[in-house]
Design a protein around this ligand. Structure first.
Ligand SMILES: [Ca+2]
Ligand SMILES: [Ca+2]
Ligand SMILES: [Ca+2]
Ligand SMILES: [Ca+2]
Length: 374
């Protein structure tokens, strides 16, 4: 009996979340590429709450989509799919994808709610926020503030927000109610690192203190706190959901050695990668759409992007932008994969490479002095 071919890699571009809102029953729709062999009998989905540990399966017959209902709210699920042929031989599994279900799911940089990252800038000199495609313009923040957009209210759209280092105050304008709220959290030596550290679908207020390597997290949903010691003064904070459980993992990039240190939330265990070098900028994002943040650096001197997909263990490289550009990877075309992109403030140019079709596009928005809000 011959084993079937391995599937092509598949990702969140074909793993679509149909509901939004914590009160809803958790429903998740999966789709995958058909196996190309002629005698396919059907497909089996395997899934479970830990990466690589599949405690349940469902034979869906010969179709390439399946909708799960009655998944458990607030729980991460990891999936792979295998094909079987008419003789009963099984294929190797697909790449694994993951998603936490039953909590609001927002797309980074999506202010308008169309599940695509938006092109937008913060203008420190005037405190203005401008988002392409949004009829709303906001005046929010001052010249010394750092923009920290996030989905703090859990309505799946980004909220306009700034962190004021001098006072440690976070000023948040909730998109759900257009009312403001403020928190005092962190101070002038801290780096703001907002993220959903507890996986409730709401961005949490968080700072990284390089001097002590401490992460201070205020869980906005519960009003309770979390604290981690991870990294130190020679590191750059690089949080992301590297293990794909729907919770942001504390992580740092050490430019001097090109080393990444990641504290995975799903297992409370650390993992390290050597990826990048001194002078590189950390540009971690989910480039292959499997639900896991990928380790990545942008090298300003050459415009090279080096991406290591942590889920599949594969790497990819691009040449895009250069030393005068700010890297702004995000999912502008809405296929679930981060797109390579840079903002050139001098000309207000956004140069993007769409992951969905490999085509480039240029948009002029903003200009010198503006800060991209991603
Ligand atoms: Ca949260
Ligand atoms: Ca995580
Ligand atoms: Ca990934
Ligand atoms: Ca994309």
């Amino acid at each position: 009996m011959t084993a079937l071919k391995r599937f092509p890699a598949w990702g969140l571009s074909v793993l679509v979340l149909l509901w939004a809102g914590a009160a809803d029953a958790a429903t998740l729709r999966l789709a995958w590429d058909a196996n190309t062999e002629p005698n396919i009998g059907g497909y089996v989905l395997y899934y479970g709450p830990q990466s690589g540990s599949y405690i349940a399966s469902v034979n869906v017959g010969n179709q390439t989509t399946h909708q799960f209902t009655n998944l458990i709210n607030g729980t991460p699920y990891y999936f792979v799919v295998r094909a079987y042929n008419t003789s009963g031989a099984m294929s190797a599994p697909s790449a694994e994808v993951s998603r936490r279900v039953g909590v609001p799911f927002s797309v980074a940089g999506d202010f308008t709610g169309d599940r695509r990252s938006d092109i937008g800038i913060f203008r420190p000199v005037s405190g203005h926020w401008f988002v392409l495609g949004s009829t709303n313009a906001y005046t929010w923040g001052a010249a010394t503030d750092i923009p920290v957009p996030g989905d703090y209210d859990g309505d799946t759209r980004m909220d306009v927000a700034v962190f004021r280092p001098a006072t440690g105050v976070w000023y948040i304008l909730k998109s759900s109610t257009t009312t403001s709220v403020q928190y005092t959290w962190g101070g002038s030596t801290d780096t703001p690192v907002p993220g959903d550290y507890d996986g409730d679908g709401k961005t949490d207020i968080a700072v990284f203190r390089p001097a002590t390597g401490t992460w201070y997290i205020f869980r906005i949903g519960t009003g309770t706190t979390l604290q981690y010691s991870w990294g130190g003064s020679i590191d750059t904070a690089a949080p992301g959901d590297y293990d794909g459980d729907g919770r942001t993992d504390p992580a740092v990039f050490r430019p001097s050695t090109g080393r990444w240190y990641i504290l995975r939330s799903n297992t409370s265990s650390g993992i390290e990668y050597s990826w990048g070098a001194a002078g590189d900028t950390a540009v971690q994002a989910d480039y292959d759409g499997d639900g896991k943040t990928d380790v990545a650096v942008f090298r300003p001197t050459t415009g090279a992007w080096y991406i290591f997909n942590v889920g599949s263990g594969t790497s990819v490289q691009y040449s895009w932008g250069g030393s005068i550009d700010v890297p702004v990877p995000a999912d502008y075309d809405g296929d679930g994969k981060a797109d390579i992109a840079v903002f050139r403030a001098a000309t207000g140019s956004w140069y993007r490479l769409n992951s969905s079709n490999g085509l480039s596009s240029t948009t002029t928005f903003g200009g010198a002095g503006d800060v991209p809000i991603l």
